[in-house]
Design a binder for this molecule. Structure first.
Ligand SMILES: C[S@@+](CC[C@H](N)C(=O)[O-])C[C@H]1O[C@@H](n2cnc3c(N)ncnc32)[C@H](O)[C@@H]1O
Length: 209
């Protein structure tokens, strides 16, 4: 399947095919797409608002699970500022994650690039961080994530307002709105502690009831 995707010419066609076949692709196929598209075509990703993240969360001794943390730049800032115990970044783009881990060399920080986050036991984590990553997943994948994270007490999320658009450049799966994802999160058992709706994005902190 993956070779058929790559046979199509150009970035936009590959993104369209990736979106169309998203749920049918294996982890390895997704990872190959990310290696071919993201590692080589996209600029460094820096979307989170670290000041809000650091202000909203008590991170003392926290064990943090992040999904889609790119090269770990948020972890790097947070670990420099707060007495966090451990931070693990599950990242589908192996190249970005490996580069960041080598740069940081912090024993409290680890990357997971060989399987989806929902395949891991997440029961020991205090907070799940997803900054500008949930819009790159299908609804089915988010459901798997939220189920695997059912014992994580807190969730911190940032989402772009245009996440429902299917533009190739944005590489969003598309279709679902910010409101849809916030509903999925509350239906999964986290209630709103803090919500900031800005022009271009929404920032959300939830805690388990
Ligand atoms: C727009 S970037 C955001 C990066 C960073 N969190 C930030 O806020 O700057 C989206 C990231 O999510 C990653 N990603 C997308 N889907 C993923 C998945 N299912 N599991 C792990 N990482 C994923 C991408 O490789 C990319 O690093």
């Amino acid at each position: 399947m993956i070779e058929t995707v790559f046979d199509k010419a150009g970035f936009s066609s590959i993104v369209r095919e990736w979106r169309r076949r998203y749920d049918a692709m294996t982890f390895d196929e997704h990872q190959q797409i990310y290696s071919r598209l993201w590692a080589t075509n996209l600029p460094p990703q820096r979307h989170c608002a670290p000041d809000v993240f650091l202000d909203w969360l008590d991170l003392e001794d926290a064990v943090v699970a992040e999904v889609g943390g790119w090269d770990g730049w948020l972890a790097e800032e947070a670990l420099a500022d707060k007495p966090i115990a451990t931070w693990v970044n599950w990242e589908v783009c192996r190249e970005a994650a490996a580069e960041g881990a080598a740069r940081m060399g912090d024993w409290r920080y680890g990357i997971e690039t060989s399987s989806w986050i929902w395949e891991a036991d997440l029961s020991m984590f205090d907070v799940l961080v997803a900054s500008h990553s949930l819009e790159h997943m299908s609804k089915a994948h988010r459901a798997l994530l939220f189920e695997a994270a059912r014992e994580i007490p807190q969730i911190y999320v940032q989402l772009p307002e245009n996440m429902h658009e299917r533009s190739a450049a944005a590489t969003h799966v598309g279709g679902d709105t910010v409101g849809d994802v916030l509903r999925e999160i509350t239906q999964a058992g986290w209630e709103t502690v803090n919500l900031r709706r800005l022009d271009k994005e929404t920032i959300f902190l939830g805690k388990r009831k």
